[in-house]
Design a protein around this ligand. Structure first.
Ligand code: AMP
Ligand code: MG
Length: 485
């Protein structure tokens, strides 16, 4: 730990400065990053602290003050070096060699109580050599949206980064996609790694197979440790990454989540979801639902996510082929669909109440559910949350009982598909014993929270903040999400 810049012993008492930091990336040498300094902000108002993450860091929430958050992550007192990471990436299909951490840096890497190493990465902490024309800042609404996305996805079982804190920083920012001037924030996220596909792509661009080898060994040592030292560790790494990414996309799809910016610089080498900008949860099952207003050709629309991630994995073969046999990587990538479909099937059956994956009509139910959701355009999340809210063992008695007390039934009227769906669901329930209805009810409730982060919900908590600086609705929403209500 480096405690330079410490004006007094206040910082050395800050629990965030006394964590088990490891200079993992730093030890690779400065081919991978630039040392930067954080912006000096006119104001620091703590808007969010994720106390639920503190035990993972070995901290007791009661022993951490708001000032500790502000001093560590708003004023950036007492920690060096702060590293802007270097990377490139394919953005909307075009290779961009002018990338890198443009408004964030790696604050530090911490060995947590689960034995894993986590990155603390900032967003909105000032300009870096990679800011290009940007101001290096994050809007308050942008920070708040990332906090909410990460918590909601985490509760839905998606392997995701989390936000540790968000601090309002007192600047006025100008943005094309928000009424401006708009307020600023700095956000700190915790994730397994900020090494991206694009980190490797940059090294390939500069024709540095030596640095690719070093980085790959580092990734295996820290994030695929069980493969270390195996004779075929490199191809096993790629094969496992394919599986992790395929399962991650399946988690997004089941959660009804559209990431919106699946550029290779937003793809983590650990297969974890992170960096939430113009994302959206889908209102209805629309394969072409597109979340980013600047995604003119719907490249990253909801239903393209599996094939885009597969393509990104294929692009990663270019830098990796310096180390790993290309044919073997192609074989491994050929398993993407198998992994994706198995995970998606299992998650969707759980959303429908079934932990047990093998029963007659399981696949027919999945198909009919998607067909019905797409045809009816009933709310995707509403459908599942209404199932959870109104499920009754009586549904086993006759098809007319299924969803009969829900808000969606009257709106659907005499839809044939809905009737067919109810008949099938009723029939499937009759494969199970009456005593098993409780388990189905529990699974439905567990998988389908009532609180859904649809855009109007985010707008409804943003309005009171924008109008009267009222944070109560935001705090209530996060509490509900974290409590799986
Ligand atoms: P993103 O779309 O958030 O993944 O960002 C893409 C790239 O643009 C990353 O290299 C960011 O660091 C950079 N970037 C985005 N917004 C800004 C900004 N306001 N100032 C500087 N760099 C930015
Ligand atoms: Mg990004």
């Amino acid at each position: 730990m480096n405690l330079t810049d410490t004006p007094d012993n206040e910082n050395s008492l800050n629990p965030f400065l006394r964590l088990n930091y490891e200079p993992a990336l730093e030890s690779l040498g400065n081919d991978y990053y630039d040392e930067v300094v954080a912006a000096d902000f006119p104001q620091h108002i703590l808007r969010w602290r994720n106390d639920s993450l503190l035990p993972l860091l070995g901290l007791n929430a009661k022993a951490v003050t708001d000032a500790d958050f502000i001093n560590a992550f708003g004023k950036f007192q007492g920690r060096k070096p702060l590293l802007a990471l270097r990377y490139h990436g394919y953005q909307f299909g075009e290779y961009n060699p002018n990338l890198g951490d443009g408004r964030g840096f790696l604050y530090g890497q911490v060995r947590a109580t689960d034995g894993e190493l986590y990155d603390f990465g900032t967003k909105g902490s000032g300009r870096t050599p990679y800011s290009r024309g940007g101001d290096g800042m994050l809007t308050l609404k942008g920070g708040l949206r990332e906090v909410l996305a990460a918590e909601a996805l985490h509760q839905l079982g998606v392997k995701t980064s989390r936000c540790l804190t968000m601090i309002e920083t007192g600047l006025s920012l100008w943005r094309g996609d928000e009424p401006s001037p708009t307020r600023s924030s700095v956000m700190v996220r915790v994730n397994s790694s900020h090494i991206r596909f694009g980190t490797f792509e940059r090294l390939h661009y500069f024709q540095r197979p030596d640095l690719i080898q070093k980085l790959l060994d580092h990734v295996i040592e820290y994030y695929y440790r069980h493969l270390m030292g195996k004779p075929d560790q490199y191809v096993l790494f790629y094969a496992e990454l394919v599986q992790r990414v395929a399962e991650l996309v399946a988690q997004w799809m089941a959660a009804g989540f559209c990431h919106a910016v699946l550029n290779t610089d937003n793809m983590s080498i650990t297969g974890e979801s992170f960096d939430y900008g113009p994302y959206a949860f889908i209102p209805t099952y629309d394969p072409y639902f597109t979340a980013a207003y600047f995604d003119y050709y719907s490249r990253y629309c909801y239903s393209h996510q599996p094939s885009i991630c597969q393509l990104n994995l294929e692009l990663l073969q270019e830098p990796l082929k310096a180390i790993i046999d290309k044919t073997e990587m192609e074989v491994a990538l050929g398993r993407f669909n198998k992994y994706y479909l198995a995970e998606y099937r299992s998650l969707m059956l759980k959303k429908l109440g079934f932990e047990q994956l093998e029963f007659p009509e399981a696949d027919e139910l999945l198909k009919l559910t998607i067909h019905f959701l797409q045809d009816s355009q009933v709310g995707y999340h509403q459908f599942f949350s209404e199932m959870a809210r109104t499920f009754s063992p009586k549904w086993r008695d006759e098809p007319g009982m299924v969803l009969n007390n829900s808000h969606i039934a009257p709106a659907l009227g005499t839809s044939n598909l809905f009737d067919n769906w109810c008949v099938l669901y009723h029939k499937i329930l009759n494969n199970f014993h009456p005593e098993q209805m409780d388990i189905i009810a529990q699974t439905l409730a567990q998988q389908n929270p009532q609180t859904v982060l649809l855009r109007p919900v985010i707008e409804s908590i943003w309005e009171p903040i924008a109008q009267e600086d009222n944070w109560q609705p935001f705090n209530d929403l996060v509490n509900k999400i974290q409590s799986k209500l």
